[in-house]
Design a protein. Structure first.
Ligand code: ADP
Ligand code: GLC
Length: 485
């Protein structure tokens, strides 16, 4: 049987453009599917970082203005380690510095509807008979609101089957009604069971309504988003489509995230050579200006600083850290109130709390290796890659029981130590008090070195590799294609 061909449409892809986990997934999942025999191509904008990486990417198609607000563009092709990329070249929309979604002041780029409207429209076009390429995918796989609207054109005009994956339902891409005509969407699609959402055009809602199949990035999150508390308004729609919704846990790139070979670390280590992990802690304490003490655990954070991630809970109890006693190292950026709150905490507790604002990939690796325990008290977490990285790095995570965190972290207890599954610490609820108690519990567990090593090894043994997830996408794609007929 001829392998299916898949167009994976995304607004970010590591290592070039990454604001969070989607960047990692867009790099690793298409590569894993290609290894599994799929004919894969990845579509994304030719951002500055990709222009630098692939300056001579060949033009393979000219795309005319497809709607009143959509400028003409070009498609270029390149290969990343053998994986074919289709780069959408439209300098007025994509050739600008900084974050793919936000301007230098942290506001959404004012033309995001056009920038991601064009990306979605081109993703759909490549799945249609009018495609300018001689390659046609069986499935257009869109990711998050930035590409979800592709499903609307494919539904309306025919073409490939579509899969929309929700990486985070909190971001929906809602814009004013006039945009419908600007983007060339028909008036007939303006329905509550079409692209319309409370009087607005919602890219994500349109995609979830009209895609052939929907997925999200963990089984627990697939259940949670059908509930009002987690669905951000889309729970009724997802309940309605539950037969077509699947939760597939992300994998991690086990080569990029491998403590035995990670070039960013001070000292490599492995599950059976854990002693060397201590050298990474000492190096991290030095790098971050923390006191070089060995009598207390070092808690680590690498995160976007947003409401989702729950670090306001940590800020609420941060002044108590010396009482545990414990140290804290944080790398993050986002909400200005959280940023300044943590900087102030570091000033109050010099040598015990160190905070670095910004995005720094090598430092993220060093924290996951050098910390003793990784803090991720997220209020919701569709999958979460960071806790899987820290499990692999022998740095037990401390989490709330939600989404992918609930699917990957097993609370340490007498039972889970006996059956060798306990690999981290789960909070009893979402309060600062519960975080405090769980940090106390982790600090006490860390004090028992033999037990701690068992917890570390339980986590390091977990297999979160991509082939497993790729097999589940395989069945989802086949279902979508069969449905599309
Ligand atoms: P999310 O996608 O919601 O941000 P994930 O845990 O899935 O959460 O993925 C986060 C990814 O982004 C991880 O690879 C993590 O290491 C990385 N990351 C987050 N913040 C930073 C930062 N400030 N510097 C470097 N890497 C970061
Ligand atoms: C989102 C989610 C995160 C998930 C990532 C990749 O950013 O917040 O939980 O791991 O997407 O799917």
């Amino acid at each position: 049987m001829k392998p299916l061909s898949i167009l994976f449409a995304t607004s970010e892809m590591a290592p070039w453009v990454k604001t969070g986990g989607l960047g990692d997934v867009a790099a690793a999942l298409p590569a894993a599917l290609k290894r599994a025999g799929y004919d894969m191509r990845v579509l994304l904008p030719w951002y500055p970082a990709l222009r630098s990486a692939f300056p001579r990417a060949k033009v393979v198609a000219e795309i005319p203005a497809l709607a009143p607000a959509l400028p003409p563009a070009r498609l270029r092709s390149a290969k990343a380690d053998g994986l074919p990329l289709l780069l959408l070249d439209c300098p007025s929309l994509y050739d600008r510095p900084g974050n793919p979604y936000l301007d230098a002041n942290g506001y959404d780029w004012p033309d995001n509807a056009i920038r991601f409207g064009l990306l979605s429209r081109v993703a759909a076009l490549l799945g249609q008979t009018a495609s300018p390429l001689d390659w046609r995918p069986d499935v257009v796989h869109a990711n998050d609101w930035q590409t979800a609207l592709a499903a609307a054109w494919l539904h309306d005009q025919g073409g490939a089957a579509s899969v929309v994956t929700v990486h985070n339902i909190a971001f929906q891409g809602c814009f004013g009604e006039p945009l419908r005509a600007d983007l060339g969407l028909p008036e007939s699609a303006w329905r509550f069971d079409g692209i319309e959402y409370h009087g607005l055009l919602s890219f994500l809602k349109a995609g979830l309504q009209l895609a052939t199949r929907i997925s999200t990035v963990s089984p627990t999150y697939a259940r949670e988003i059908q509930d009002e508390a987690f669905g951000y308004g889309l729970a009724p729609l997802l309940r309605h489509r539950r037969e077509h919704l699947r939760g597939i846990l992300n994998g991690i790139d086990a080569d990029l995230w491998n403590p035995a070979t990670d070039a960013a670390l001070a000292a490599p280590y492995a599950a059976n050579k854990l002693a060397a992990k201590r050298r990474n802690k000492a190096a991290l304490q030095k790098e971050m200006g923390l006191e070089p003490v060995t009598d207390r655990p070092l808690f680590g954070v690498v995160s976007r600083l947003t409401e989702q991630k729950g670090h306001d809970l940590l800020l609420a109890i941060g002044d108590g850290l010396p009482e545990l006693p414990a140290q804290l190292v944080m790398l993050g950026s986002g909400d200005p109130a959280l940023e300044s709150g943590f900087l102030a905490l570091a000033e109050r507790l010099p040598g015990q709390v160190a905070v670095r604002l910004g995005f720094d990939e090598p430092l993220a690796h060093r924290i996951k290796a050098g910390a003793d325990c990784f803090l991720m008290p997220s209020r919701f977490e569709p999958c979460g890659l960071s806790q899987m990285y820290s499990l692999r790095y022998g740095t037990p995570p401390l989490v709330q029981a939600t989404g992918g965190l609930a699917d990957t972290v097993v609370d340490v207890s007498a039972t889970t130590l006996a059956d060798k599954t306990g690999n981290g610490f789960v909070m009893a609820d979402g309060s600062p008090h519960a975080l405090w108690q769980t940090m106390q519990r982790a600090t006490a567990a860390w004090g028992d070195k033999r037990q701690w090593q068992r917890i570390q090894q339980n986590g390091m043994r977990c297999d979160f590799s991509w082939p497993h997830a790729a097999a589940e996408y395989d069945s989802l794609y086949h279902e979508a294609v069969a449905d599309r007929g």
